[in-house]
Write a protein that binds this ligand. Structure first.
Ligand SMILES: Nc1ncnc2c1ncn2[C@@H]1O[C@H](COP(=O)(O)OP(=O)(O)OP(=O)(O)O)[C@@H](O)[C@H]1O
Ligand SMILES: [Mg+2]
Length: 470
């Protein structure tokens, strides 16, 4: 990662600056457009007024017989109208005959300027024109035709300098104040919103740091109204609780494993010590050594399980798949398992379908899973125990159910039985074990492309179901 992308800015600063830049650009555009619009409409208003004046003058300079009559009343009218319409500035009036020859001009213009204006007027039609005279004198020219019985008698020209059109400073100031207040208000709103939004996120980040440091007792504000933030806080709390549970479960389970491994060692050393010290002799000593040997065997099995599990957990499980006659394989496995059971009072039934089921799978791994399930079933049943193993096909899957009529798994333990090292409270003080049978079996089943699940469990018995692809 580049050093640039490593730099982190706070949520508040990030969004406030971004929002402000956007707001500023937006307001600037609005400001420019509004200024142009104000200027444009002021000019238009002025020109409309001048046009009206031109029309009035046109009416006044023609008498009822259709003769042009330019009298001394003109300057008075213009002054009066200018005052009345707030038309500050210098307004020029030029009246020409129909050929463009000047008949009247007020105030008197230098001949060159008059010529220039009239030549512009001639070149253009009856529209309003913006003309430039001299180096930089800009003027608006408004023309109106003097008519009598549809015959052109002459032209009225009103010329108004651009510099006399007001600058609208007041309006522009008002616009500036409005846009400025909008920017300020926008900034305040985004600042408040972002700081409100970033507070719970900051709290969650702080809580996460606490968890990293091993402290699960976190306190988070729960009264937030926003759904997403509430969900974040809620899920985070749940996650912290689950982590705490797992942490204490791990400690507890590790203590269980240590205990399971320590107990046989203690009893073996006690038994051997007794033989060595001559506390027991003869047949009894032999018996003691036999018990020690059995304990050693069990210890060895547990250590093997542990090693197996570890190597499987790191992904070192090998499978050798062959086509297997599942009906026969299941019966063989069960037969072998029964032979090594010391008590023969187990009521075990195997149910296989009439049609032979074939599968491409690893026979040894299936044996491992089945033996784990059978051992669990046996340990859960005791005297009068009954176990059924049922092979059947369901859709594209082959299923093997192992059903017992044992004590069942308490509901609160059911979600935990596939956790490594988990042992039920009814079992852990009675039967030796590490709590690896089910997690290991599930792992193998998944490697074979199937799964192992707890189908049902109640006080009257338990059924595990193990599936395989065909
Ligand atoms: N058939 C069953 N009936 C009742 N409880 C069962 C059954 N199978 C498993 N359990 C419960 O699930 C727990 C976990 O089983 P698992 O096989 O993983 O461990 P274990 O049998 O205790 O020890 P290990 O198999 O390592 O010797 C058991 O301790 C037991 O409480
Ligand atoms: Mg087991």
């Amino acid at each position: 990662m580049s050093p640039k992308s490593d730099k982190r800015i706070s949520l508040l600063r990030y969004w406030t600056t971004r929002y402000l830049v956007t707001l500023f650009i937006g307001l600037l555009i609005i400001g420019i457009i509004s200024t142009l619009w104000i200027r444009y409409s002021t000019i238009e208003n002025r020109l409309d007024t001048i046009r009206l004046m031109a029309e009035e003058i046109t009416d006044r300079v023609v008498d009822t017989e259709g003769n042009l009559h330019i009298g001394p009343f003109l300057p008075r009218i213009i002054e009066k109208r200018q005052r009345f319409l707030h038309l500050e500035g210098e307004l020029l009036l030029i009246i020409t005959d129909k050929y463009g020859i000047p008949l009247y001009s007020r105030p008197d213009l230098p001949p060159t300027a008059l010529r220039q204006i009239l030549s512009f007027s001639k070149a253009n039609g009856e529209t309003v024109d913006k003309i430039t005279i001299g180096p930089d004198q800009k003027l608006y020219l408004v023309k109106n035709r003097i008519e009598y019985n549809q015959e052109t008698l002459g032209w009225v020209h009103l010329v108004y300098p651009e510099k006399d059109i007001p600058r609208n400073t007041e309006e522009l100031q008002l616009l500036g104040i409005m846009l400025g207040s909008l920017a300020l208000l926008g900034w305040a709103v985004i600042y408040l919103l972002t700081s409100k939004l970033s507070k719970p996120i900051q709290e969650v980040a702080g809580a996460a740091k606490q968890i990293v440091a091993g402290n699960y007792e976190i306190r988070l504000e729960k009264t937030v109204k926003e759904k997403e933030v509430y969900e974040l806080i809620h899920s985070f709390k749940e996650m912290a609780e689950r982590l705490q549970q797992l942490e204490s479960l791990r400690t507890e389970l590790l203590a269980g494993v240590t205990h399971e491994l320590k107990t046989p060692v203690a009893s073996i050393s006690g038994l051997i010590q007794a033989v060595k010290d001559g506390v027991v002799t003869g047949e009894e000593a032999k018996e003691f050594l036999n018990i020690s040997l059995n304990e050693t065997g069990r210890l060895q099995k547990m250590v093997e399980d542990l090693l197996h599990f570890n190597s499987f957990a790191v992904g070192a499980m090998t499978v050798q798949k062959d086509t297997q006659n599942m009906n026969r394989l299941i019966q063989e496995i069960i037969h072998q398992w029964l032979v090594v059971q010391d008590d023969n009072g187990i009521d075990l039934h195997t149910w296989v379908p009439e049609n032979t089921i074939y599968a491409t799978t690893d026979a040894m791994r299936i044996q491992q899973i089945l033996i784990n399930l059978l051992n669990n079933a046996k340990q859960a049943t005791g005297i009068g125990g009954k176990i059924d193993v049922i092979l059947y096909q369901e859709g594209e899957e082959i299923r093997i159910d192992v059903k017992d009529n044992g004590i069942g798994i308490p509901e609160e333990e059911q979600p935990l039985i596939f956790e490594r090292f988990f042992r039920g409270k009814d079992k852990k003080y009675k039967v030796r074990g590490l709590g690896l049978g089910l997690p290991l079996s599930k792992m193998i089943a998944k490697t074979l492309g199937g799964d192992l699940v707890l189908k049902e469990s109640s006080e009257t018995g338990t059924t595990f179901s193990f599936s395989l692809p065909k």
